[in-house]
Design a protein around this ligand. Sequence first.
Ligand code: UDX
Length: 430
Amino acid sequence: MKLAVIGHGYVGLVTAAVFADLGNTVFCVGRTPQKIANLKKGILPFFEPGLEEVVKRNLQARRLSFTLSYEETVSEADIIFISVGTPSSASGEADLSSVFEATEKIAKNLRGFSLITCKSTVPVGTNREIAKILNKFKPKNASFEIASCPEFLREGTALYDTLNPDRIVIGVENRKARDMLLELHKPINGHFVITTIETAEVIKYAANTMLATKISFANAMAMFCEVAGADVEQVMEAIGLDQRIGRQFLSAGIGYGGSCFPKDVKALVAMARRYKTSDVLFSAVEEINKLAYLNFTKKIVKFFGSKLKGAKIGVLGLAFKPNTDDMRDAPSIPIINSLVGKGAKVVAFDPKAKENAQKSLPTISYVKSPYEAAQDAQALLILTEWNEFKQLDLEKIKKLLKKPVIFDGRNIYEPGKMKSLGFTYFGTGR
Ligand code: UDX
């Protein structure tokens, strides 16, 4: 098939690369000349394991191309994917300006028939708006169908997730659209859920909010365990063994970040309010997420008291999670800003996120290894659970630190072991 993918963020670029790799001809359309020029050379706008290789392979095979032009791509495509960003607006609602801008450009360049499929996470009713814009701006002789095909990939495992999805949700209005999407997804093993467009739109918010709810539940329990003298890791391990609950997404820590959970939970709160239905659970999920990083920061502030001013604090991990360089809504940002605001001097190491972190945290120092971050610091904070932090030479870390104090925001170490090594160790919820 011939596909056009509008947008080259995580969703757009991975979708384009995977479908090209499966043998389709894919045009990936962007609006930033520098990014498109780089993509043509195989230079990606973000780090994602394995993606660069797939992009380069398909560029070489000429199955994948990058362009700024809607004209030569949209008119040729059987299926056009909209996969542009839908960030939070000031009110918490999704900002749909990029979706509507792309839709208008698609409409003006439609020729013959195309299926317009929205992969961006969009509030209920957006696909109907897309159809209205298409009707308004399309040439008379062009025709289209719309579909909603939400994406569930995770950063860091995006290729694997796209090729091995738990489910493929196809929201359509008729058989023609359904069959085209079933045909395209044929080589991918996944359980298909064929549904209406509105239900598909809600499924995406429901999935992300459910996962965020599990994380906030674990974080609320962590705060409770801290005062009750229990160990949240064991509590989650035990309840996770109940197959009705499951262990995944119950890791307590400093809260969820990234480009999806924070904005999607906010958008669901805004939607619920707009429809005048209860947002109480969704708002609580968001509130607890803030409490998670505030609780972590409070422990550090309490430990240091007035001595925080001027104290050197080492930080391991800045990205919102491991295996990504993404700093969007990373909990490291409010934690570090709060400590810097109280006079601490922060020295940080992250294996991949330094460049992006410098934009959000321009005043702190960056070093090239975890050991450099520990050097002469009064305490070491673990903010992202990169694998390379899990088996550090802790004797060496202890010698490098001015005081052997660790605040572990991701529970990567065992409290008993840390104590026996002579650390003053603060885990989360244990
Ligand atoms: C998420 C969804 O998993 C994915 O299906 C959707 O398409 C996009 O949003 P992503 O944002 O890449 O993916 O990251 P994810 O691995 O889900 O983690 C999100 C955040 O939750 C991270 O900050 C992570 O540290 C945090 N998290 C996750 C926890 O704090 N505890 C957990 O148990 C799991």
